[in-house]
Design a protein around this ligand. Structure first.
Ligand code: C2E
Ligand code: MG
Ligand code: MG
Ligand code: MG
Length: 288
């Protein structure tokens, strides 16, 4: 028996849980050195116009090239990095790397005007220095501000009052685009949303998943489709762009287009991949 955190609650010791916790703490311990050794890499996933089929943006998604464990996805270490505070340094590395890559795409393919979209953890957005960091990343890389988008979750933006909210306004004033990530899964205060200097809502994967991949009538009532319809109308009423996440099939892409969703992201349009894949796609033309 082990005493669990919290008042007077007891939990049975679970050896599997124990092993997971050890693996977890080993990962945490390895994070700072991994950053020093340059073991993090960025993959990029296309964000595509549903009307034109052109790639308008790419989302930067961090991976850890672990010397023994291979490629580790962010779901396994971003939470840890947030808890330990390392996310601030890791996030800054992601931001600078993404701006540098995007600046090269901009120079080589200026007509594409490819936007790079970077995730910002709540902890980063709360840092008073975030605006200076972003401004410096833009200046150092030479990337025009309008080719950078920052993605924040609902909880990161909705709770923001005082300093963080000022930061959002100052970031918007720099000319960068702001997007609300995983929209519809957190708490959204609509009165608050309309006062935020944001440009885009990213509809969370689960709503898109509810649009049956094969187009058959799943729930008969098309509930998720009707939610997407309502959220797209809400976004457009607020003059925001809408990106649908986790688009996996052509049928879903077609339905989303019919629902006036602006852009889509997901395996159907391309999985996250190394920057070279994006370069090849830009070289191959809009529809490659
Ligand atoms: P997110 O920002 O919502 O990113 C989208 C996630 O959906 C990515 O998972 C992507 O690989 C996945 N995805 C892509 N296509 C599909 C699809 O067709 N279907 C489904 N079901 N999923 C798809 P990934 O790369 O594992 O990233 C997970 C999360 O980790 C991200 O969710 C983001 O919250 C976080 N993350 C990733 N990179 C960073 C970063 O640099 N900084 C911070 N703070 N968070 C990051
Ligand atoms: Mg993943
Ligand atoms: Mg994101
Ligand atoms: Mg998302």
């Amino acid at each position: 028996w082990a005493k669990a955190a919290g008042r007077g609650r007891w939990a049975v010791y679970d050896p599997e849980r124990g092993a997971r916790d050890i693996a977890r703490s080993a990962l945490v311990a390895g994070l700072p050195a991994a950053l020093e050794r340059g073991e993090f890499v960025l993959h990029y996933q296309p964000i595509v116009s549903l009307l034109e089929g052109t790639m308008l943006a790419v989302e930067a998604l961090v991976r850890w090239e672990h010397p023994e464990l291979g490629l580790i996805g962010p779901d396994r270490f971003i939470g840890l990095a947030e808890e330990t505070g390392l996310i601030v340094r890791l996030g800054e590395w992601v931001l600078r790397r993404a701006c540098a890559d995007a600046e090269r795409w901009w120079r080589e393919f200026p007509d594409a005007r490819l936007v790079v979209s970077v995730n910002l953890a709540a902890r980063q957005a709360d840092e008073p220095a975030i605006v200076d960091t972003v401004a410096d990343a833009l200046q150092t890389s030479g990337l025009p501000a309008e080719l950078l988008q920052l993605e924040l979750t609902e909880s990161a933006v909705m709770g923001s009052a005082g300093e963080p909210l000022r930061s959002l306004h100052r970031l918007a004033a720099l000319g960068v685009r702001l997007a609300v990530d995983d929209f519809g899964t957190g708490y959204s205060n609509l009165a608050y949303l309309r006062r935020l200097p944001i440009h885009c809502l990213k509809l969370a994967g689960p709503f898109v998943e509810g649009i049956r991949a094969d187009g058959t009538d799943a729930a008969a009532d098309h509930r998720d489709e009707r939610i997407v319809d309502a959220l797209v109308r809400l976004a457009h009423a607020l003059e925001l762009w809408v990106t649908a996440e986790a688009v996996e099939t052509g049928v879903q892409a077609e339905r989303l287009r019919a629902l006036r969703c602006d852009t889509g992201q997901g395996r159907y349009f391309g999985a996250p991949a190394p920057g070279d894949v994006i370069t090849a796609r830009l070289r191959g033309g809009a529809l490659a």
